[in-house]
Design a protein around this ligand. Structure first.
Ligand SMILES: Cc1ncc(COP(=O)(O)O)c(C=O)c1O
Length: 466
């Protein structure tokens, strides 16, 4: 009789082997999922293998095939083979990876992986790092270090005195920021009212003159947040110009590089990140472009002392290590899974060249998708992708902007309903658009052709139904 691990392996293989032929978008409604998976709390137990069978059967129709090659919504992918398998081992080993004394192998693996990532991204050797659940918590981690440091410079000990009566911290950002920065500012008690937008150019890039103007005047605690690729069209701020302006005014500079930091790994795109190494902290994700399983983000902080001061706990019953890195000194969690290990596996599977190749392939596919869909009758590409993000709008001659907004959403919905490809929508410059985001190692030329054909057939059907 197969045990629960065999059954999990069977269902996982069936799921992955079916990605090419299964519908890309989930089919089940919330009610259908509640019916399939819910009911009353069981009074008695079940055989573990039966639990896994029932779980796979009930959840199956509610799963998006983002692990496949034709899922272009949000910024999502599946997992590299080694990263997925390593993630299974992390659960089987079940090491509490907060401290070396508690989990020797997995904490050393985290130490190695963090150093490899600094090398991969070309970040300063003195940086500390943290493996978080995602970019959201990477922002919180990095900005906790920033908060500590800018207040320390103003003579305020936030650890001891909190924010009551502290000098206000000004957070300079642009309208083009990701919302996770706002939440990070809120979570850290710095207050959204203290966020100020710097003016941007037509592509959403921060304007140096406006930044310089905002930073003139007396020095005060300031954090500047810049973008390494926004999620609509992948715009990068001009780090080499902006960071020296901010540094001259004593500001801490943080970079949101959720996926854009990976541009730095690929020779063809590296120049987009020129000057990024001058920043003080960087946030990125493993579960986006490195194709490791959810959840995995990373924060890097130049001022390791500030990072540690903001996060480390130190309790008498614990066994801190003097010569090994204890993850709990750098992450919010004490007990935690060995989150770095799938990253370690991915980096070994790909090597530096493989990461660059993955990034460059995705960018080529994104250009082909945006160009191909944008060339269809009734479609218009809103950008030529500089990286792996693009936008297409759908328009009918003589229709109003609002009608074309609705038409665009309808094309996205109908395309997703074909099961051939899956896209999400956005509002960019006041207009609805289809987002084309490519981050998967699985996406192939055939996937690109199939996806363009899916949109083409939706447009043709809608046209003939008029
Ligand atoms: C630019 C950017 N920053 C931050 C995030 C948040 O990432 P996470 O969902 O891993 O917290 C995203 C997510 O898409 C993003 O695109």
């Amino acid at each position: 009789m197969p045990d629960s691990l065999d059954r999990a392996m069977h269902h996982a293989r069936a799921w992955l082997d079916g990605l090419d032929s299964a519908p890309v978008g989930a089919r089940a409604t919330a009610d259908a999922l509640r019916t399939a998976l819910g009911g009353r709390l069981p009074e008695t137990g079940s055989d573990p293998a039966d639990v896994i069978d029932a779980l796979a059967e009930g959840a199956g129709p509610g799963l998006h095939a983002n692990a496949g090659g034709r899922f272009f919504a949000w910024v999502m992918a599946g997992s590299l083979p080694s990263a997925l398998a390593a993630d299974w081992l992390v659960s089987a080993w079940d090491q509490n990876s907060g401290m070396f004394a508690v989990a020797p192998a997995t904490t050393v693996l985290e130490e190695i992986t963090g150093e490899w990532l600094k090398d991969l991204f070309g970040l300063p050797a003195e940086c500390s790092f943290a493996f978080t659940t995602g970019c959201q918590l990477a922002h919180v981690t990095a900005l906790a270090a920033a908060r500590y440091a800018v207040l320390d410079r103003a003579g305020w000990d936030v650890n001891r005195d909190g924010l009551y009566g502290a000098p206000p911290i000004r957070i300079l950002t642009s309208q083009n920021r990701h919302n996770t920065l706002d939440t990070a500012v809120r979570y850290l008690g710095m207050g959204e009212a203290h966020m100020e937008s710097v003016a941007t150019g037509p592509l959403g890039n921060m304007l140096a003159d406006d930044l310089a103007g905002k930073l003139s005047g007396p020095v005060r605690p300031t954090i500047l947040c810049l973008n390494a690729a926004d999620l609509n069209i992948g715009t990068f701020d001009d780090f080499a110009t902006l960071i020296p302006i901010a540094k001259a005014a004593g500001a801490w500079v943080h970079v949101d590089g959720a996926f854009g930091l990976f541009a730095r790994t690929a020779p063809a795109y590296r120049a987009l990140t020129d000057g990024i190494e001058l920043a003080d902290s960087w946030a990125t994700d493993g579960h986006k472009w490195l194709n490791v399983p959810y959840d995995c983000g990373m924060a890097f902080v130049r001022d390791a002392a500030a990072h540690r001061a903001a996060i480390a706990m130190g309790a008498a019953y614990l066994s801190p290590s003097s010569d090994v890195r204890d993850p709990s000194d750098w992450n919010f969690e004490l007990s935690r899974r060995g989150r770095a290990i799938p990253v370690y596996a991915a980096l070994r599977e790909l090597g530096r060249e493989g990461v660059a190749d993955l990034v460059e392939r995705c960018c080529v596919h994104c250009k082909a998708l945006v160009g191909g869909i944008g060339a269809l009758q009734g479609a218009r590409a809103l950008n030529v992708p500089v990286l792996n993000q693009g936008l297409v709008r759908f328009e009918r001659t003589g229709a109003s902007a609002a009608e074309n907004d609705a038409f665009t959403d309808d094309v996205i919905r109908r395309t997703n309903a074909t099961g051939e490809a899956f896209f999400s929508g956005t509002t960019w410059n006041g207009q609805r658009a289809m987002r084309v985001s490519v981050v998967s190692w699985r996406t192939s030329d055939v996937d690109v052709e199939r996806s363009i054909a899916a949109v083409a057939s939706v447009l043709a059907d809608m046209d003939s139904a008029r």
